[in-house]
Design a protein around this ligand. Structure first.
Ligand code: UDP
Length: 328
């Protein structure tokens, strides 16, 4: 029934985008990925067409819309490294904000009314309470988070003014990989805990650092809500269907609502890999909130999302297998 819906996916060759393209393709949607391959990979696009172009290239964007005539746009293409955003804010405001304005404008010009946006828990900054729900104030503490919050404002205003609706998904800590080994995270400059932990377990790095052991948490290390990328991809399909059916703009947290400390993640990685790798406790990393856990009731209740991989060992296992495959 869905085969007639055409979905344009920006950043569909990247980590999260490629898992969503897989989920869309498996359900019979027609997909076109629009990606400049700056971080994405051609072979990660398992379904549909790929247009290699930059979002800043308005001409190419316009031609792609005219050619494909999408029913909805899913927008993943963005710069995502928080420390880099502090050093190169212009790059982040341009890639994440300016390019999204162009994309939204192109949607309006072409009568595309449905838009799914990859937002981030970074919009909350350091929340007053955890689990944090969607009503919490937005206080991003770095340029990356600010660009995401600015796009959310843009979308809300556009949805008021135009025949346009959107869903913004605020991702918590996305991790893991496709179990069949076809997709995963592939960055030389990886900064995320689970990626670095599995690289250390496989001997690609001499040790793993724990950034801060004096936080006001049960074991002194930061707590995060890690969500498996395939569960996140499923949530995208469900919100897309919800948006197409109800035409109602919404913002949803995307996490399991359960937190793990850095030490718990390290222990899980040691258990799953069977390697007692070296860990060094160092000082805090700037800008890290002690705890960031989603209140995801709204997502579960509104779209009947039933996550399948809410299991740290499964997340680590799939990340580990993917990394093993990458190093060959
Ligand atoms: N972290 C760590 N060592 C690392 C990478 C991350 O201790 O090598 C910690 C980091 O300080 C944070 C948590 O792990 O408390 C998750 O960090 P990550 O970069 O994966 O995601 P973030 O929550 O910053 O988006």
């Amino acid at each position: 029934m869905n085969f007639k819906f055409k979905i344009l996916v920006t950043g569909g060759a990247g980590y999260i985008g490629s898992h969503v393209v897989k989920a869309l393709g498996e359900r019979g949607y027609q997909v076109l990925t629009y990606d400049n391959l700056s971080y994405g990979h051609r072979e990660a696009v398992l379904y549909g067409e790929l247009v290699v172009a930059d979002l800043a290239d308005r001409d190419s964007l316009r031609k792609t819309f005219e050619y494909f005539r999408p029913d909805a746009v899913m927008h993943f293409a963005a710069s995502i490294v928080v420390p880099e955003s502090v050093k190169k804010p212009v790059k982040y405001y341009r890639n994440n904000f300016c390019n999204t304005i162009s994309l939204v404008e192109t949607c309006i010009e072409n009568g595309v009314k449905n838009f799914i946006f990859s937002s981030s828990a970074a919009v909350y900054g350091i929340p007053d309470k955890c689990p944090v729900d969607e009503q919490a104030p937005l206080n991003p503490i770095n340029p990356y988070g600010r660009t995401k919050a600015m796009v959310e404002d843009l979308l809300a205003d556009v949805a008021q003014a135009e025949d346009f609706r959107y869903i913004s998904l605020r991702y918590f800590n996305v991790a893991g990989a496709d179990i069949s080994g076809r997709l995963g995270q592939r960055r030389q400059d990886a900064t995320h805990l689970i990626t670095l932990a599995v690289k250390t377990a496989l001997g690609e790095r001499p040790y793993l650092e724990i950034y801060g052991t004096d936080y006001p948490t049960s074991d002194g290390t930061c707590i995060r809500d890690y969500i498996h990328v395939d569960d996140l991809a499923d949530a995208h399909i469900l919100v897309l269907e919800y948006l197409m059916e109800h035409g109602k703009s919404e913002v949803f947290n995307c996490g399991y609502g359960h937190g793990y400390s850095v030490r718990e993640v390290v222990e899980a990685t040691k258990r799953v890999s069977g390697v007692d790798f070296k860990v060094i406790e160092t000082g805090r990393r700037e800008g890290d909130p002690p705890e960031l856990v989603a209140d995801s009731r709204k997502l579960r209740e509104t779209i009947s999302w039933q996550p399948k991989y809410n299991d740290m060992e499964y997340i680590v296992k799939t990340a580990l297998e993917w990394e093993r495959k990458l190093i060959g």
